[in-house]
Design a protein around this ligand. Structure first.
Ligand code: GLS
Length: 836
């Protein structure tokens, strides 16, 4: 049956829209020939992947076009998500699930002599983000579409996304990501919608024809932004929202004046500089890098997006007065916060709105999510750098600041300290623009990403703002999409769940609750374990292929995958491994639950201690895995290049999820949710969303250890003494001494010294302080694993109680509390028959 039943031109099933196996096969062969220019006999697997991807894209185009057409024609509000990062993961598998086409496509692919899973695996993932923050944006896009909420995602089309990680001699090596090398079938360039962005130069004041004082910005550089659009499909709905990513190009390919004067290289220079803007993603998660190019990237994509929104708005509205009624713009962290000044510039300088009116529109448009409390991640830009690149924005920020501080003066007269604390410009010493403050002042709503984190925002980094405007602050606990993180990544478990409670949970995750009674059924627990065993077997094959290590699928898979950072404490985890190793060495007959420790994650290229932690893990792995006295009881593996694809393999296979950050440091975490949703039990601190996960699944189904946030603060305030822990805890001392002796470094006693120096010297993450509690808790884990029946019971209850952690719930909360937005149902009928 064709999608289009109203179009009289389509008499038979259309090759681009038909859904029968026969049509899909024909479309596949057709695309291989006409788009890839290959016969089946000479086509590579990648050619076949491309042909299949185009076949699927054809089948979602009608949804995509109808969606934007519907949004244009109705005057519903549209959510705009502004994010410098989207960590999307591969599209093909996800689109098949959301279109409900998995089975016919699988059959068509097989009958064409190909293998669907193999083709899905070929897709290069768009790694346009660093970690949790970028992945959250991707989950949100999925949920927005699934909930049929009108939305546009705007971001940057980095030519090189997050680097590929290889491990050489135990060290991380970064390899350039080349996701676009063989083409990207999911995007469509829209050069006709290009916009121009100014940079640098100076400002001038003038009086306009009405006699009004105005400012104009004379830039010294102009860059063109070309939009590339990707459809983001909802699950089994007709909504396909648009993700619009900007690529920078030179406004003119050649500077002709220079060229004519014979300065060929000078003329090309401008082209090169302009294209550099969107070349590469900065590979730092939670780390400030005051690099000029980064500010230029941020401004570039924000300016492109706001200009695009204004164009869309003015196509249907006489003025910008109701701009905020049309768009609700969410700032994903401070990265797009220059948008506050840019919208003011566009309204005041280019559309000649009076300041007060422009400010009301701006504040009503923006809302701001903070994603971290780490001081090194709070963006600020040095004033000279800022004024050089964005001279007009600096003037606007000064004006915003002055008017804001005038308000503060009224509320708190004669309180100079408070003014200095609240000022958007930090003037103590070197001058800085504080981006979180700009975002806070320019937004009508501010939120954190888990209950604890939202509370800490109010008590720490934005305390003075909270006192001013308590009503602006709220919490929106993160969530993840069950489509990618359960249906797509764990089909075995999904099928088992659906076989008992139906498929309603995929769109309404609270329905997983119906699984609870099954936890008491021995037969179901048996099936559950069977699924887990098979999934672990798959991961074991992957480990064998990647690292040539044989691991036992019956061992406890103890997994920590996430960016490598001291606050996430991968080093605490490896200290525990060494402790177990020592225990076995000292007591060769020790009976413990056999464990496979699995690590994955990238370190920022300039973050030496994080890289040294990777080296330590690999060094311990080398010793432990090759010690015959250990046998099968312990295996340690660091899997390279952790990314979305690999995440899809590892979450389903985990028994134990390591969420062991220092309390108060992990804003939320989202990996913690993916693990639990796939039936892993958590060992964790009272940090981020761990707290809420524990509340939901029940304290008895969660392994809790470690200092609480107030205890962390107290310990640090009292002058933390790592030596005392070292001297008082013999297990800790033995582990540390073994590292220091050069045992894991072929006798080199210097290799890990910088790490040890930081643990003993200055460790705000309190690794030694939590060591003993962690080891004790891990002991309980090992004991609990011996009782497989009870372990399965706990795992089932974890899954059954995960309803809260669907990103659908999160998005519903944003939609109701912050965006005031309603769903719009998209019809599938051809809105534009006969090409009219
Ligand atoms: C992060 C936080 O570190 C995570 O805890 C959080 O889950 C994520 C999404 O809200 O945002 N902040 C950040 O800069 N990178 C992150 O992953």
């Amino acid at each position: 049956m064709a999608f289009n039943t109203t179009n009289p031109l389509i008499q038979v099933e259309d090759d681009r829209t038909g859904l029968s196996v026969e049509t899909l096969k024909r479309a596949l062969a057709d695309n291989l020939f006409y788009l890839q220019g290959k016969f089946p006999g000479i086509a590579t697997k990648h050619d076949c992947y491309m042909a299949l991807a185009y076949t699927i894209r054809d089948r979602l185009l009608q949804r995509w076009l109808n969606t934007s057409q519907t949004y244009l024609n109705c005057d519903n509000r549209v959510v705009v998500y502004l994010s410098a990062e989207y960590l999307l993961g591969p599209h093909l598998g996800n689109n098949l699930i959301n279109l409900g086409l998995w089975e016919p496509v699988k059959q068509a692919v097989e009958e064409s002599g190909l293998n669907l899973e193999e083709l899905i695996n070929i897709e290069e993932e768009p790694g346009l983000g660093n970690g949790g923050l970028g992945r959250l944006a991707a989950c949100f896009m999925d949920s927005l579409a699934t909930l049929e909420i009108p939305a546009i995602g705007y971001g940057i089309r980095y030519e090189f996304g997050i680097f590929d990680q290889e491990i050489e001699d135990g060290w991380q090596v970064e390899i350039t990501d080349k996701w676009l090398q063989l083409g990207n079938p999911w995007e469509i360039a829209r050069p006709e919608a290009a916009v121009l962005v100014k940079l640098g130069g100076h400002t001038e004041s003038y009086t306009d024809e009405k006699g009004d004082y105005r400012v104009r910005w004379i830039p010294n550089n102009l860059v063109k932004g070309i939009p590339y659009d990707t459809p983001i499909l909802g699950y089994k709905v007709s909504t396909a929202n648009n993700l619009r990513l900007w690529k920078s190009e030179a406004a003119e390919s050649f500077d002709f004046q220079r060229f004519n004067m014979g300065d060929y290289y000078g003329a090309v220079q401008n082209k090169v500089t302009s294209e550099n803007l969107t070349k590469v993603l900065y590979p730092n998660d939670e780390q400030l890098q005051g690099k000029e190019l980064r500010l230029a990237q941020q401004y570039f994509f924000v300016s492109c997006s706001l200009q695009d929104m204004i164009r869309i708005h003015l196509a249907d509205n006489p003025s910008l007065e109701n701009f905020h009624e049309h768009f609700a713009v969410q700032l994903n962290d401070t990265h797009p916060s220059i948008g506050v000044a840019e919208l003011m510039r566009l309204l005041v300088d280019e559309h000649h709105y009076e300041w007060g009116k422009a400010w009301n529109i701006t504040q009503a448009t923006f809302s701001f999510t903070n994603h971290t409390l780490l001081p090194e991640a709070l963006e600020k830009w040095s004033l000279p750098l800022f004024s050089q690149m964005l001279p007009r924005h600096l003037e606007i920020i000064y004006e915003i600041n002055q008017r804001f501080l005038d308000q503060v003066r009224i509320k708190y007269p004669n309180d100079g300290d408070r003014l200095a604390q609240l000022s958007i410009i930090d003037e103590a010493g070197e001058k800085w623009v504080r981006m979180a403050y700009l975002a806070t002042v320019g937004s009508h709503a501010i939120n954190g990403v888990a209950a604890l984190h939202s509370q800490l925002i109010k008590e720490t980094i934005l305390k003075d703002f909270y006192e001013l405007w308590p009503e602006k602050f709220s919490n929106k606990t993160n969530g993840v999409t069950p489509r990618r993180w359960l249906v797509l990544s764990n089909p075995r478990l999904s099928n088992l769940i659906s076989s008992r409670i139906g498929e309603g949970w995929i769109k309404n995750l609270d329905e997983l609750k119906q699984l609870e009674p099954f936890a008491d059924l021995a037969g179901f627990r048996q099936d559950w374990r069977q699924v887990k065993r098979e999934v672990k077997q798959d991961l074991a094959h992957y480990i064998k292929a990647q690292s040539d290590l044989v691991v036992n699928p019956d061992s406890l898979f103890d997994v920590q995958v996430k960016r490598i950072h001291e606050y996430k404490r991968q080093h605490l985890n490896i200290l525990h491994v060494i402790h177990l190793y020592l225990q076995i060495k000292n007591n060769p007959n020790l009976e413990i639950s056999p464990r496979t420790f699995i690590y994955g994650g990238k370190a920022a290229p300039g973050y030496f201690i994080a890289k040294l932690i990777i080296k330590l893990i690999n060094s311990v792995a080398e010793v432990v895995n090759n010690d015959p006295a250990i046998g099968d009881r312990l295996k340690v593996v660091f899997l390279s290049n952790y990314n979305v694809k690999f995440g899809q393999k590892v979450y389903p296979a985990a028994d134990l999820s390591e969420q062991i950050s220092t309390a108060g440091k992990e804003a939320s975490g989202t990996g913690n949710m993916k693990f639990s949703m796939n039936g892993a039990l958590t060992i964790g601190t009272l940090d981020g969303a761990n707290i809420e996960i524990r509340e939901e699944v029940g304290a008895e189904n969660f392994f809790l250890f470690g200092l609480t946030t107030p205890e962390v603060e107290k310990t640090l305030a009292a002058g933390y003494q790592p030596w005392e822990y070292y001297n008082n805890y013999p297990d800790l001392k033995a582990v540390v001494d073994l590292i220091n002796s050069g045992f894991f470094s072929h006798g080199d006693t210097e290799l890990f010294r910088p790490l040890m120096d930081s643990l003993f010297g200055h460790d705000p993450y309190l690794v030694f302080a939590d060591f003993q509690a962690y080891v004790d808790c891990q002991h309980q884990v090992g004991e609990a694993y011996k009782d497989q029946e009870n372990w399965s019971r706990m795992a089932i209850l974890n899954v059954a109680r995960m309803g809260k952690f669907s990103s659908d719930r999160t998005i519903r909360e944003y939609a109701e509390d912050i965006w005031a937005i309603k769903p719009v149902v998209i019809e599938l009928e051809d809105l534009c028959p006969d090409g009219q």
